[in-house]
Write a protein that binds this ligand. Structure first.
Ligand code: AP5
Length: 216
């Protein structure tokens, strides 16, 4: 199954994608994670992306489309995948359609619907493992008191782009560049909306039910 998780920052795409990917043994492809790794390694890509990411803007379509083309060609993508944080512009969605044309395109787009106030609350209280990327939350899923990740022992930090001012800018960018994808996929009859403002387990169960229905 080839899925897109679409939604504003902080709606829970990464949280749900990691569990679903493990359950169905398909890769979670997060462009944000790929870029953060490149920044941490100081690669050419990382150097280009760093300042843009810190400001809450979008990395250029050319770079992102190149990354995705390379990633989807890898053998672990054969049985399907979850695209988490891609596409984020109409140009990216059109490129993906072209890339997947021979395979009938993407199977479904799950849209995570959450109000902006809740998004700001979630992102400003998010804490992330600098090593494995696991997301904690000071309100709903607090990290251990010594700030050491219980999954891998890495240091737990606050992402630079999770400061309130940057979160608000990311939402402006989302509304301008990414929100039009809701209509784009509605027109393709591929959009499924999930009320993602409920607790993590309820959201997860809805997504599992939908996945099983689509896979049947
Ligand atoms: P990226 O890493 O993709 O960030 P994002 O889309 O802004 O997504 P987030 O990771 O912030 O949110 P999420 O929906 O995954 O929420 P999460 O599950 O963590 O991108 C970062 C940057 O990279 C971009 O700004 C851009 O610069 C660049 N970039 C990436 N992709 C790009 C592209 N395609 N094109 C151009 N540039 C690109 O949850 C958030 C918090 O809420 C967590 O603390 C979690 O524990 C908590 N939580 C989750 N679900 C619930 C729930 N149901 N109830 C309560 N709390 C919850």
């Amino acid at each position: 199954m080839k899925l897109i998780f679409l939604g504003a920052p902080g709606t829970g795409k990464g949280t749900q994608a990691s569990v679903l990917a493990e359950k169905y043994n398909i890769p979670q492809i997060s462009t944000g994670d790929i870029l953060r790794k490149a920044v941490a390694e100081g690669s050419e890509l990382g150097q280009k992306a760093k300042a843009i990411m810190e400001s809450g803007g979008l990395v250029s379509d050319d770079i992102i489309i190149g990354l995705i083309r390379e990633r989807l060609a890898q053998p672990d993508c054969k049985p399907g995948y979850i695209l988490d944080g891609f596409p984020r512009t109409i140009a990216q969605a059109e490129s993906l359609d072209k890339l997947l044309a021979a395979q009938g395109g993407i199977d479904a787009v799950i849209y995570f619907d959450v109000a902006e106030d809740e998004i700001v609350r979630r992102l400003t209280s998010r804490r992330t493992c600098s090593q494995c990327g696991y997301n904690y939350n000071m309100i709903s899923d607090p990290p251990p008191t010594d700030n050491t990740c219980e999954k891998c022992g890495g240091d737990i930090i606050q992402r630079d782009d999770d400061k309130e001012e940057t979160v608000r800018h990311r939402l402006v960018v989302y509304n301008e560049k990414t929100a039009p994808l809701v209509d784009y996929y509605k027109k393709q009859n591929k959009l499924y909306t999930i009320d993602a403002a409920r607790d993590v387990k309820k959201v997860r169960q809805d997504i599992i039910n939908l996945y099983e229905k689509l896979a049947a």
